[in-house]
Design a protein. Sequence first.
Lengths: 354, 532
Amino acid sequence: MNEINEFLRNLLFLPKQASEYARSIDHLHFFVFVSSMIGAWTVVATTLVFIVRYRRRRALQTTEHVDPKPIQEAVFVGVPLALFLAFFAIGYPQYVTLQTPPKDASDVYVMAKKWMWKFAYPGGPNSTDVLRVPVGRPIRLLLTSRDVIHSFFVPALRLKQDVLPGRYTQTWFQASEPGRYPIFCAEYCGLGHSAMLGELVVMPAGEFDSWMEQQRRTNHAAAQDEQPIASEDVDFRGNLLEQGRRVAVVQGCFKCHSVDGSQHVGPTWLDLYNRKVKLEDGRSVVADEAYLTRSMMEPNAEIVAGYKPVMPTFQGKLSAPEAAAIVEFIKSLRTDAATPEPQKGPIYVPVSGK
Amino acid sequence: MTYNSPNYLNAEKGLRSWFLTLDHKRIAVMYLVLVVAAFALGGFFAMLIRLELLTPGPTIMDAMTYNRMFTLHGVIMIFLFMIPAIPSIFGNFLLPLMLGAEDVAFPRINLFTVYLYLIGAAIAVWGMIQGGTFYTPYSTTTVTTVAPVLLGAFILGMGSVLTGLNFIVTIHTLRAPGLTWMRLPLFVWAMYATSVIQVLATPVLGMTLLLVAVEKAFGFGIFDPARGGDPILFQHLFWFYSHPAVYIMVLPAMAVVSEVVQAFARKNIFGYKAVAFSSLGIAFVGFFVWGHHLFTSGQSTFASGIFGVLSMFVGIFTAIKVFNWTATLYKGAIHVAAPFVYFLGFLYFLMFGGLTGIALSTVSLDVHWQDTYFVVAHFHFIMVGATIMAFLAGLHYWWPKMFGRMYSERWALAAAVLVILGFNATFIPQFLLGNMGMPRRYYSYPEQFWSLNVASTAGASLLAFGFLIVLAYLVVSLVNGRVAGPNPWGSRGYEWNTPSPPSVLNFPETPTITRSAHDYQDALEGEVTHAH
């Protein structure tokens, strides 16, 4: 069985199968290929036999009138229909499996933008273009795009999922073979489309766990877009500033904006408030509350000089108080200000039901 | 019947008599010139693409130029060649002759479409050289201008609607006495189905293009997510037109080969009704399969299943035709001439290409192949493999009808073999590249894809060389080809009942139809052929 699998896989130039799912897809592929070839070559052979057997013998030869019997047309419909429905009966459940991630899958956030892949592990490290996963564990990918439509494609997993701006899509896999496999972008996304390459690294589970542990230790301080952790999950009604930071985390602002003055995809937030900002079109504006809010709602209307118009709008995603909280948070980020001491709890005790 | 008017080519002299002609035959010849020129241009861009892909890195152009090349190749081949080719050339020339009519129903509109074609083509090509593309949100965020391409496509679509409408009215109202629906040549049936799709589907293209233009010009959020629009909505609208459009391109091919197979097997079609109604079946089901382009877009799993099954019904209707064409050869009297070789090329490419389509509509397999070279190879098997083979079959079969001259049969056979081999060498490697996982629209590629790309480029060169030979001997035949006589193939298609080339007035008096087309049961008095 394995020899047949390898023979057909090589015959059809298919890449190595990195998961059980990929193997099952290939097996359907082989079935479709072999049965289609048998059917098609039978028709080819029939035409060739007819061409020889019924070649023209006289210039104006007459031929007898042949009309089909109903049973013949029924065969013409029935045979391909049965075959096609058999393909579908195998293929559709596979597709349903692919669309239904198991409950125990670990999540990885995938963010596509021109022209790179960013992978983020909840509470763990970020990486660019390299996706590390453990062998033998289900991984769910939650994908979104910063700009245009991309498509996440791993040939070795027989897996592809479009990545849309302003929307999350999901897919999942469980790699069974450790190794390094290419990731391609499969949806045309501009000039760098064919250079938007990534790599899937499937690691033995133990190796992956120690890598993750090490990443967490060394990168924890720098991890900018960690998910809110339990201790932060308290009522912030009394603290607009802290709420702004939390909303910014949830909305993923820190994927592009730093708070420590370092350059990233977007301008840093440090010392941004009340600064005079030069725009791409030559104008300059003062980054006041109105400008900061406009930048969230219509990000491409006033692009800061030197940056790309890649920020999606947050119109409809942020409520007015949330936007205000983010502005408040940005205002607090000043090199000359003392670090504001976050309050340890609400300034009043919420009325509970008891 | 005595034909005492001069033939349509000699009836009037001068360029003006061509540019202002209302004669469907002359309009067909004008389309032939325009469409072949568009094909040459689209083919030129295809060769540039293949040359660029000869090496993994940059070869002869930069990424921006490459983007323009594949947009130009695609738009020119689809809108300026595939969609108009068979209906506007053979449909225009043959429909009135097959129906026993003096002309199409609206000759002035017919001429008008030629000018729409010219204007639309000029605007679209100019717009693409400026560097536009349709695909949102890509189209709405790129700085390059989209508006001219949209406008050009819109005007071309308008011409397509008018041609479809003209044909529908012609078929309904201008049939000669005795020409019942069940005696209509199969060419007419498939042309009818094509026209229905053109009239119903093309307006959706117009609407979509207008929406993109409105978004672009006034900043309404329709498709662009940064403005609250939905890019997937665009894909749905785009494919709601573009998938039926595939059948606008392939049904006319089926129309042509249904005639060719009967003429060269000297045999009535096996299963007339099955072949005729399966065209209508394809036209109908073709409207409900667009979602098979969106299996990986995140659309609902259930919807993908429905679209997958419906797509297979297109395959069933196509299979009916393939089996019936094959069965037509049974007990025939087969003459293997160039049009018949192209018929075989068509039949085999349609079958293998169609089966890859079935494989693609098997939902789970599509996930791997979506947007890879497998899809590129699949639709080139149908578009180039099937439709161009049928176009060439029709061109060779009706060449003596249109121009009264025979081409060199020896050169024609040699070129047919070259074209078919070159085609296989170009696109079989692309299936394998798709299996390997090479995405389409790649300007550069990793080295593992190199050798198959070299094979594909070599095949494309062979294919281009074959097309040039065809062009050469056909042009030569116009000057010194043997005079063909009225019916060199001994065909019993209705269109051969007139002189070749036809006289300027198709029929001195309205003919009465007394037998089905391609009925070869009895010897006819006075039937002659010069082909043997």
